[in-house]
Ligand binder design. Sequence first.
Ligand code: KIV
Ligand code: ZN
Length: 498
Amino acid sequence: MSDRVYIFDTTLRDGEQVPGCQLNTIEKIEVARQLEKLGVDVIEAGFPISSPGDFNSVVEISKAVTNPTICALTRAVKKDIEVAADALKFAKKGRIHTGIGTSPYHIKYKLNSNEEEIIVRAVEAVKYAKRFVEDVEFYAEDAGRSNNEYLARVIEAVIAAGATVVNIPDTTGYTLPTEYGAKIAYLVNNVPNIDKAVISTHCHNDLGMATANTLTGVMNGARQVEVTINGLGERAGNTSLEEVVMAIRSHHDLDYETKIDSKQIIKTSKLVSTLMRMPVQPNKAIVGRNAFAHSSGIHQDGVLKNRENYEIIDPAEVGVRESSIVLTARSGRAALKHRLHVLGYEVEGKELNKIYENFLNLADKKKDITDEDLEVLVGTEKQKVDHALKLEFLQVLSGKSTIPTATVSVNFNGDVFTETASGNGPIDAAFSAVKNLVKRKVHLEEFLIQAITRGSDDQGKVHVQIEHKGTSYYGFAANVDIITASVESFLDAISKIN
Ligand code: KIV
Ligand code: ZN
């Protein structure tokens, strides 16, 4: 059987310390309920002595969730511990997380103390917390920069005092994976009563190594990991839950398991990002918008042949519906054909080649091609009558204090004719030039321009309805240039006159 790794989520405590990420109690309850669905083992719900809001959140979260243990943070201070115990009174399973700094920096400059006194204070805090709850976690703040021999003495003493979990934080995110792993191994081998407690990792990401450090911690004996959703947390953040969980799931060779329902990962990530107003970077592992998006032609082709060519995780495993093939100027025919198939169009051979050609022309003008763009490309190609009239050249002059003027060249069965006209606006001028060219009496009955999606680089769709000798004819065109689309749709309608 695989070794169980316990997931301790501190999004609502270490994550919530981030400036601008503060949540009210109702929002915290919503996140806590989602964390419960996700399957975390422990929710660190707050630091009750720090504010009435934090106290209240721990109370309300304790009432709102059932399965996870609810944990409250304290310093190694009696009053903190009493307030935390009070906040946890409704928790079905409550844990007090108390601790003190153990690095030379913290002992000397933060606590103005000495090593022996710190051990006494640590032991007293654990013993005091034990009066209120059975489950007491001890953190040795800045353990990453603490001397291993001294750290081992502290840990032995707090376990003897009753600590059930011992947390070894890399508070400043300084350690290297080998160093952090060796620290955990040192404790496993040098703390005589270490088997009486669970070792916990708590890594910060200042050097981008939080996930690597957490995993080496586990490989060396830690069985609880302290993590946050989207890696939120002080400064560069904490270890991200989704990265550790998916690394464990993907590497069967590691032989560890968690009780996380990975299909809830994206939902949880989005909820936290929205409520905490903290966008997820697009290339963030597992939960970034590009984590399962393929844009280069070679990769798209490879993924379509077999997803595993370029994906180590099935997106469905984390709750993403499917990998996305982002159509850009670098996409190949295979990707285009696949997307059209998904949209319900089966195109092959010459038709596919023509749509692909039009697609590349559009992709040169527009960053991403959306499904709506494709619908238009296919629609235009499918509806295309072999027009006798083709727009060859169009130039318009318009602006403030200028008489709008258009010059239009149209290819009519191989011969090119050019006309210039002015009008009330650039489209009116261009339509007048076309009317002069075709020498037919046409009357514009309806004219409609629509933007397809959002940006200013978007395609415009133009529908026109014209009347000639009592009959109406319809024209349609789409182009990133709306004046070109207008003239093409006008010519499309005129071409249909027999
Ligand atoms: O980073 C840290 O050391 C902490 C402790 C309070 C657990 O967040
Ligand atoms: Zn921390």
